[in-house]
Design a protein around this ligand. Structure first.
Ligand code: ZN
Length: 459
């Protein structure tokens, strides 16, 4: 649906012309075709103060108001212009505002790019000085007359997103269904960027082992060079503001084998397959990513089936030992950050997805699984860039799969106190904990399902 809209796209109602200079200042021109008695422009709270020399090109008033300003008697095709110092935003070193990473700037567009409600989406053109790169979660359109062109997806204002500008290497990794646009930030060399692209090609092979194509047609991947503690890969995050993005901290000096061995990137990539599920949906979201980070690597041949089951089993063990057994998963998820209850939330969530996967496969004689249901969701619903209530999401998955498994098990899991008892599931699958290892019983009733989960799907 998005692709159709793009190929037949009329000019968007809102057009941005962006002109970046080596002094770290962005000149912005915003034109809106639709006339309005009162046109409202908005940014993040307090961000209107970031704009310098703000004026309507044909004259007329701009009144500061709330999160932005109002333009009375807006004529069709009118434009306004201003300048913003992206360097000054980066110097604030604040989450959701901006930061400097090496010589590169990472800044939130909602701090400087005014939004208005004139029919979504918006188009942008960008002029850059020679040798500069620009990374965005936006959809890239073909360049024209030396200008980069973009379509900016309309997403809720409070969804975080970041653009990066500087002299960093960019790499595209194109796969069935879409492209990863990699920005190698924080002073990475061209060789290191090539290593990042090699790493991401491996990670995305895991993602493709779910249902054969990337869930969204474009993903911004910001890889930030940093000295990570311990492993080669540090903190990772998935954000959806103005498009899908992944941010991962990485030590680019480490060999590619160490990057590939880490689970963070395939975890973040797995989040792309579900919509934003809000805070109460965190266990569902983190559970899927924690389940798939192991299943998909096994399917792609990056882990053996035994390694994948042992990693899942170790995760369930951490979840079981975590505090908060007296609280329901619903309540502890709401309090996850304050209580540091990540292990319980992530691995109780992973246990939900494993339970659903097994029941679906059992009931359908192997025709359905979590992968098939999420593939159907991707085709009908994923690209619409809106939040889903967790209950509505599982109901939709049931509708698409013709089952009641997702919603029934979701209600049970959400209301359950303590970690679920996995003993019956393990017995059915033929997974036996023995002397600190796992043994597999091929005579167990669902032994074939155990094997199928770690194998790529047939269609
Ligand atoms: Zn996650």
């Amino acid at each position: 649906m998005v692709l159709l809209a793009l190929s037949a796209a009329p000019a968007a109602a809102v057009r941005y012309e962006l002109d970046y200079a080596a002094d770290e200042r962005m000149r912005v021109r915003v034109c809106v075709d639709e006339a309005a008695p009162l046109r409202r422009f908005r940014l993040d709270p307090g961000a209107a103060a970031n704009l310098d020399d703000l004026a309507r090109e044909r004259g007329g008033t701009l009144a500061r108001r709330g999160r932005g300003f109002d333009a009375a008697d807006w004529k069709a095709g009118e434009c306004l212009a201003y300048t913003v110092s992206l360097g000054a935003l980066a110097d604030r070193q604040a989450r959701d505002v901006g930061a400097r990473v090496g010589g590169d700037l990472v800044v939130s567009p909602m701090q400087w790019l005014v939004a208005t409600d004139a029919g979504a989406p918006a188009d942008a053109t960008l002029r850059l000085p020679g040798g500069y790169a620009f990374s965005t979660p936006w959809t890239r359109l073909p360049d024209r007359e030396g200008l980069r062109r973009y379509r900016i997806p309309a997403t809720p204002d409070d969804w975080a997103g970041m653009v990066a500008v500087g002299r960093f290497p960019e790499r595209d990794v194109t796969v069935p269904g879409g492209v990863l646009r990699i920005a190698a930030l924080g002073g990475m060399s061209g060789d290191e960027a090539d290593k990042m692209a090699q790493w991401m090609r491996t990670v995305v092979r895991g993602a493709l082992a779910a249902y054969g194509r990337l869930p969204l047609d474009e993903i911004q991947v910001k890889l930030i060079a940093s000295k990570t503690r311990g492993g080669a890969v540090g903190f990772g995050q998935s954000t959806r503001g103005q498009g899908q993005a992944l941010t991962i901290y990485v030590d680019p000096k480490r060999p590619v084998e160490e990057l590939v061995a880490d689970w963070t990137a395939i975890h973040e990539m797995s989040h792309v397959a579900h919509p934003y599920l809000g805070e109460s949906g965190a266990w569902l979201a983190e559970g899927l990513a924690s389940y798939w980070q192991n299943v998909l690597r096994a399917r792609a041949g990056q882990l053996t089936s035994d390694q994948a089951w042992r990693l899942l089993d170790a995760g369930f063990g951490r979840g079981m030992k975590a505090r908060g057994a007296d609280m329901t998963l619903h309540d502890i998820t709401a309090d996850m950050h304050a209580r540091g209850a990540y292990m319980r939330v992530y691995w109780a969530g992973a246990a939900y997805w494993l339970g659903v996967d097994v029941e679906l496969r059992r009931a359908s004689r192997g025709k359905l699984g979590v992968d098939v249901a999420l593939s159907r969701f991707q085709q009908c619903c994923l690209a619409r860039m809106r939040a889903w209530e967790p209950e509505a999401f599982v109901a939709k998955l049931d509708e698409l799969a013709g089952t009641d498994v997702f919603a029934r098990r979701w209600r049970e899991a959400d209301a359950r106190k303590g970690f679920p008892d996995l003993a019956p599931l393990y017995a059915a699958l033929g997974i036996v904990r023995e002397a600190g290892a796992l043994r597999y019983d091929d005579g167990a009733p669902d032994a074939a399902i155990r094997e199928a989960i770690m194998r790529p799907p047939r269609d």
